[in-house]
Design a protein around this ligand. Structure first.
Ligand code: FES
Ligand code: FES
Length: 155
């Protein structure tokens, strides 16, 4: 049975009809049509599906969509200001933190959350904060460099 709900994503209210067991990932991608958030393992392991719920990073593949009703949800699309990339998005491009790009939306969401709670993180703090986001391409060094560059740019 479907339930009528409203999800608040990137500051916009989206009316949706959701099964009780629908994940936030499927609601964002399939019901709302924001496909920046990626499906990877679908099992809470890789971080490709990371979004913010009330500013806290969550793996949306294992988070019930109905549980997010009433919360502010932020996806990777919400990090930019229209066509203007945020500091963290620009730094990922400048520093080569993006290769195939599959992990990038989740990485950006986790990095954004880190910089909000700690604007000047050490490399170790960055690696710990991003430890729930797996990347098969970059070896993580360029990603950590990008987060440090974004911190500097926003200081
Ligand atoms: S798709 Fe959600 S953690 Fe991998
Ligand atoms: S850039 Fe390819 S998985 Fe991270």
């Amino acid at each position: 049975m479907k339930h009528a709900a409203t999800l608040n994503v990137n500051g916009m209210a989206y009316p949706v009809e959701l099964e009780g067991d629908a994940t936030l990932l499927s609601a964002i991608r399939e019901d709302i049509g924001l496909t920046g958030t990626k499906t990877g393992c679908d099992d809470c392991e890789c971080g490709a599906c990371m979004v913010l719920v009330d500013d806290k990073p969550v793996n949306s593949c294992t988070y019930l969509a109905l549980q997010a009703e009433g919360s502010a949800i932020t996806t990777v699309e919400g990090l930019a200001n229209g066509d203007d990339l945020s500091a963290i998005q620009s730094a990922f491009l400048d520093k080569g933190g993006v290769q195939c790009g599959y992990c990038t939306p989740g990485m950006l969401v986790s990095a954004h959350a880190l910089l909000r709670r700690n604007p000047d993180p050490s490399e170790e703090e960055i690696r710990i904060a991003l430890s729930g986001n797996l990347c098969r391409c970059t070896g993580y060094a360029k990603i950590a460099e990008a987060v440090m560059a974004a911190a500097k740019a926003s200081a």
